[in-house]
Design a protein around this ligand. Structure first.
Ligand code: ADE
Length: 269
């Protein structure tokens, strides 16, 4: 996989040299190229922004440096690559998630165009449609100063799904957001810490009981934190014990809500 990132802050992406991400680069599984957009600004001040036509607040990124930087990314596209994908991080894009990361891990060449200021001159994005598949992507419903952090999030989430790029492939199959439920809690030595014990079942050596306990914990966690994921979980994948537990959780939840309402009424009363 080749990643190109075109940015006025290449140093922002330095953490991608570290840890497993750094190893993935060393192993050749990912080929990451950072391009400083200012290398394509030819005036004395290396200007990459200007005031918006029509007036208004802030500055807009000029089209010429972006055009040249994108030309370079195209020229460097691996011969095997189909039309490269251009990801434009934006709070107005489609929201990034684990499924999108899996889909993107299948690409050969992804170019990221993180913007600063009020954004990039729209003609760059219109022109890019003729050479790239263009995808505006948001990493969540909040606004960052610029797209660089969003690029780091995406590159890390995608890289660990590239075969051979991850430390421990088994942890992929079990992780949150892959199986449709959140992960179970984990513990390590010592067995007692600040008077807190590790759940005894984990010390029992009973693999069946451990698997059941972990499954129950996954369901409880997902129910409490991500009811949307419980709703979306394929009904045929719940076993009998799952269904019994879900029923209990629903009953508990109803009782808690009722108690809350009664407490509210009595405090108003
Ligand atoms: N740029 C600014 N905010 C962003 C967000 N939430 N996602 C992606 N890019 C952004």
């Amino acid at each position: 996989m080749r990643f190109d990132v075109i940015t006025i802050f290449p140093e922002y992406l330095a953490p991608l040299e570290l840890s497993l991400m750094g190893k993935a680069r060393e192993s050749g599984k990912v080929d990451l190229h950072l391009t400083n957009l200012r290398d394509f600004a030819f005036d004395r001040h290396k200007t990459v922004d200007d005031t918006p036509y029509g007036g208004g607040a802030g500055m807009v990124m000029k089209p010429e440096p972006w055009g040249l930087a994108l030309d370079q990314a195209l020229a460097n596209s691996p011969a095997s690559a189909r039309e490269p994908l251009l990801i434009v991080p934006s709070p107005a894009g489609a929201v990034f998630n684990q499924q999108m990361a899996y889909d993107l891990a299948e690409e050969d060449h992804i170019v990221f165009a993180p913007a600063r200021y009020e954004g990039i001159d729209e003609r760059v994005l219109d022109w890019a449609e003729t050479e790239f598949r263009v995808l505006p992507v948001s990493i969540g419903d909040y606004v960052l100063y610029g797209g660089e952090v969003a690029v780091m999030v995406m590159i890390e989430a995608i890289t660990r799904l590239i075969p051979g790029a991850m430390g421990n492939p088994e942890s992929l199959a079990e992780e949150s957001h892959t199986g449709g439920l959140l992960e179970y809690p984990v513990y390590t030595k010592p067995a007692t810490w600040r008077d807190e014990e590790v759940p005894p079942v984990l010390l029992s050596g009973n693999h069946g009981a451990i698997a059941r306990w972990r499954r129950d914990e996954q369901i409880k966690r997902t129910f409490a934190r991500r009811p949307d994921m419980v709703k979306a979980y394929p009904a045929e994948n719940w076993d009998k014990k799952d269904r019994k537990l879900l029923q209990e959780l629903h009953t508990e939840q109803k009782a808690a809500k009722k108690a809350e309402r009664e407490a509210e009424l009595s405090s108003e009363g």
